[in-house]
Design a protein. Structure first.
Length: 366
């Protein structure tokens, strides 16, 4: 009877395999030792990323579609803030959950602490002069979207720079250099917005929500606010409110925080109101960064300002008195007054000068 016998060489291989030590486990990647900086909204997170660069980690642990001002962090998000070396606050009552979160005070950076005298109450007229009775009569909550005034955004960026300089003194040169670039970009944005908004300064505006106080004050915008959401149709009650408001404040343009329903756009246009999107970028945008969103806003403003300027010029030209042929026509082409009008200090001089002044008037002219 044949019996199976193990081959000697197979037994040797088996013994050799058993005698070899197991391979060591793969090493875990080294922990990221860079300081963690957490922010309560996207503009602050963006500024920190721009100023701190690769020397820091920046966390914004909130859902992508929510308004950070109305957000309440869950335990997981709250733990991120508790682990952060610095927590960037907006100030002006923004993110009220921070008061009850138990975060160490020495880690909290209030980025508007040096510009508190420039904060605005929600029910305050942004254009009321400081110390006026209109300003003294308001006692509501603070308006929160400070960064819509680029000069305040610069003040907030400066607070972030100073906090990072204290925490990372060895990075001083790089931090100051990156801050200088950011400062130039925000100053350029402010100058461009000032030019773009200038033709609309005398134009009555509607704001879809009461969130544009700092924008209105910075660029001297005359506005009234409703409380309409871009993704919700206002309904007949909303349009009744709109008509009542426009009866005393004849605005032709409404500023929205995001792209709105087409049915709302069409209904507003039927009411004689056009829609301008100016996104605050409180949360991280799906594409681009904070500056890209602001430049999109700038383009929207410039387009509407050009349209309103053209309409104002056309209206002024239509209302201007017609001049006759000859010298009057030549004066219109050259910009010079006819000789008889130039020597006449009475009605002729005023009549000749008036069309030129109206034609060159800004978009806010009636």
């Amino acid at each position: 009877m044949n019996r199976c016998r193990p081959l000697p060489w197979l037994m040797s291989v088996a013994l050799l395999a058993c005698s070899q030590p197991p391979e060591p486990p793969a090493e875990a990647p080294p922990a990221d030792s860079r300081p963690l900086i957490a922010a309560v909204n996207y503009p602050l997170a963006w500024m920190a990323e721009r100023i701190g660069g690769d020397a820091i980690r920046v966390a914004l642990p909130l859902p992508p579609t929510i308004d950070p001002a109305e957000w309440q962090p869950d335990p997981q998000a709250l733990e991120v803030y508790r682990q952060a070396e610095l927590v960037l606050l907006n100030g002006a009552g923004y993110a009220p959950w921070v008061r009850h979160a138990g975060l160490p005070n020495n880690r909290l950076i209030d980025t508007t602490r040096h510009v508190r005298d420039r904060l605005i109450r929600e029910d305050e007229d942004p254009l009321a002069p400081p110390g006026s009775p209109a300003e003294a009569a308001v006692h509501g909550d603070w308006a929160t979207m400070t960064w819509l005034d680029p000069t305040l955004a610069i003040a907030q960026a400066t607070e972030i720079r100073d906090a990072l300089l204290i925490y990372l003194p060895e990075q001083e040169g790089a931090i100051r250099a990156r801050y200088a670039v950011l400062l130039h970009e925000l100053e350029s944005l402010d100058q461009s917005l000032e030019r773009a908004f200038a033709p609309l300064a005398a134009e009555p505006l509607l704001f879809s929500r009461p969130i544009y106080q700092y924008l209105a004050r910075r660029y001297r915008l005359q506005g009234r606010a409703l409380n309409w959401r871009p993704d919700v149709y206002p309904g007949e009650a909303g349009f009744d409110e709109l008509r009542a408001l426009r009866a005393e404040f004849p605005a032709r343009l409404m500023v929205w925080e995001d792209y709105l329903l087409q049915v709302t756009v069409d209904r507003l246009e039927a009411e004689g109101v056009r829609s301008l999107v100016y996104r605050p970028a409180a949360n991280r945008p799906p594409d681009g960064d904070f500056l890209a969103v602001m430049r999109d806003n700038l383009g929207n403003v410039a387009r509407f300002a050009a349209e309103f300027s053209a309409e104002a010029r056309a209206a002024a030209e239509a209302e201007a008195p017609q001049t006759g042929p000859g010298d009057a026509a030549e004066a219109t082409a050259t910009g010079a007054l006819p000789a008889e009008a130039a020597t006449d200090g009475g009605a002729g001089s005023a009549d000749a000068a008036e069309p030129r002044q109206a034609t060159g008037s800004p978009a806010g002219a009636p």
